[in-house]
Design a protein around this ligand. Structure first.
Ligand SMILES: Cc1ncc(COP(=O)(O)O)c(C=O)c1O
Length: 403
C-alpha cells in the first residue's frame, strides 16, 4: 500500500464530530441521550431565507459563480460587516465569499506563512481545534496562547508580548470564543493592538463568526482600532447568525488579501454554492426578526444553564459573554466521582448518565494550573438543559457516594 504524506497522517480533527458519532451510536442502540455536543443553532434557517434559496433554484441560478462570490452578496456582506464594526469602510471588492468561514482559516495561514520556514502562528488555547490542525498541516509552527478562567477566558496581553518573535506571521483571535464563550473586551483589544503596532509584520485573523451573539454590549472588533484594519483579516458568516451551518456561507474581508483568497477559492471549491449565496443575500438584507429572536433565545438559555450549573455539586461556571457555549470548571466534580480528568468524567457522564458534552482536551492541551473543564453547547431546548444538568447533578451525587 503506498504511504500517506506526513501532513495527512498528522491532520487533526474536530472532536465534536467524533463524539457525535459516539452519541449517535448510543442513540441507535436505544439509549436516551441528552446532547450538548454540537456547535450549531437548533433552529431552522429563517423562512424568507429558505424561500430565497428555492427561488434561486427555480430561476436557474445554480451554476458556478465568480470565485469571490456574486456581486450582490459581496456588496451586502461588505455593508453588513462594516456596519457591525462601527462603520468600517469595507468595500465589496475587499470581501470574498467562501463555503463557510472555516476555509478562510487555512487560506489565511497559507497566505501568510511558508511551509517549513519556521513561521509562527499564535492561536488561542483552548480554542477551535481547526486552528492548530491547519497551522501544522500548512507547515507553520503552532504557538498557543493560554486563556485564563480568572480573566473570564481572555488571555493576558502580556503573554502575547512574550510570545511574539521575529518569526511570528499571524495572530489568530476569536471573540466571542469557542469553546469558552469568552470575549476580548475593548480594553484588552486596545492593549493587544498597541502591542501589535510594535510588530508591523504580523497579520491578524479575527474570527468573528459569533459577532451577532455577543451579550455584553455592542460587538467591537480589533479592526476598529487605529492601524489595525489594513492588517486584519475579518472573518464572519451566515452559519451562526442565521442558523445556516449546512448552507456553507462565510465571508472574509481584507483589502490586501481578498485577491489572494479569491485565488485560493478558485484552487479549492471554485465558489460557494450559488443557491446558498442568494439565500445569504436575503439573510443579510431581509428582515432580521428571526436572527434577533434566536439571539434572545440563546441569551435566556445562557442564563438558565449557567444558573443551573452553578447549583451542581463540584461545578462552577463563569458567565460567558457570547456564542452559545458554557465552559464549567469540573475539577472538584472529577475528584468527587473519582474521575482522573475531564475526559474520563465526560465518558462516564455519557455512558452512566446519558449526557453528552465535550472535554477541554478536545480544544487543545489543558492549560497548566487551570483545572478541568467541559463544554456545553446550550443550543438545546430548555427541557434538555434542565433535564441534562439534573442528570449531571445526580451522576455526581451518586458517584461521590460510591467513591
Ligand atoms: C470559532 C469558529 N470559527 C469558525 C467556525 C466555522 O464556521 P462555518 O460554519 O462558517 O465554517 C466555527 C464553527 O463552529 C467556529 O466555532
Amino acid at each position: 500500500m503506498p504511504e500517506l504524506s506526513r501532513r495527512a497522517a498528522s491532520l487533526g480533527t474536530e472532536n465534536a464530530f467524533v463524539v457525535l458519532a459516539e452519541v449517535n451510536e448510543l442513540a441507535r442502540a436505544g439509549r436516551d441521550i441528552v446532547s450538548f455536543c454540537i456547535g450549531q443553532p437548533d433552529f431552522p434557517a429563517p423562512v424568507n431565507v429558505q424561500d430565497a434559496a428555492i427561488r434561486a433554484v427555480r430561476e436557474g441560478k445554480h451554476g458556478y459563480t465568480p470565485s469571490a462570490g456574486i456581486d450582490p452578496l459581496r456588496e451586502a456582506a461588505a455593508k453588513y460587516m462594516g456596519a457591525m464594526r462601527g462603520g468600517l469602510p469595507i468595500r465589496p471588492q475587499d470581501v470574498v465569499i467562501g463555503a463557510g468561514a472555516k476555509p478562510f482559516i487555512a487560506y489565511a495561514i497559507l497566505s501568510t506563512t511558508d511551509y517549513g520556514a519556521g513561521d509562527e502562528v499564535i492561536y488561542p488555547n483552548p480554542g477551535f481545534p481547526i486552528y492548530q490542525s491547519q497551522i501544522v498541516a500548512c507547515g507553520a509552527v503552532p504557538v498557543p496562547i493560554h486563556l485564563h478562567e480568572a480573566r473570564d477566558f481572555a488571555f493576558d496581553p502580556k503573554d502575547l508580548e512574550k510570545l511574539l518573535t521575529p518569526k511570528t506571521r499571524l495572530v489568530i483571535l476569536n471573540y466571542p470564543h469557542n469553546p469558552t464563550g469568552g470575549l476580548l473586551g475593548r480594553r484588552d483589544l486596545e492593549t493587544i493592538a498597541a502591542i501589535l503596532r510594535r510588530h508591523p509584520r504580523v497579520w491578524v485573523y479575527a474570527d468573528e463568526i459569533y459577532s451577532r451573539l455577543c451579550y455584553a454590549g455592542d460587538f467591537f472588533s480589533i479592526a476598529q482600532l487605529p492601524g489595525m484594519y489594513e492588517r486584519t483579516i475579518l472573518s464572519d458568516g451566515a452559519s451562526k447568525t442565521w442558523a445556516m451551518t449546512g448552507w456553507r456561507i462565510g465571508f472574509a474581508s481584507s483589502p490586501a488579501l481578498a485577491p489572494v483568497f479569491t485565488r485560493w477559492v478558485t484552487n479549492t471549491d471554485s465558489c460557494a454554492s450559488q443557491i446558498s449565496q442568494w439565500a445569504a443575500v436575503e439573510a443579510i438584507n431581509g428582515p432580521q426578526d428571526a436572527a434577533e429572536a434566536m439571539r434572545a433565545s440563546f441569551l435566556s438559555r445562557r442564563d438558565l444553564i449557567v444558573g443551573l450549573l452553578n447549583e451542581v455539586p463540584g461545578v462552577t461556571c463563569r458567565l460567558p459573554g457570547g456564542a452559545f457555549y458554557a465552559w464549567p470548571n469540573v475539577t472538584e466534580a472529577c475528584r468527587m466521582v473519582g474521575a482522573a480528568d475531564s475526559e474520563e468524567f465526560r465518558k462516564r457522564l455519557l455512558h452512566e448518565a446519558g449526557v453528552a458534552v465535550l472535554a477541554d482536551i478536545h480544544f487543545g492541551a489543558r492549560v497548566p494550573g487551570e483545572g478541568q473543564h467541559v463544554r456545553f453547547s446550550y443550543a438545546a431546548s430548555k427541557q434538555a438543559i434542565e433535564g441534562g444538568v439534573e442528570r449531571m447533578a445526580q451522576f455526581i451525587r451518586e458517584g461521590a457516594q460510591r467513591a
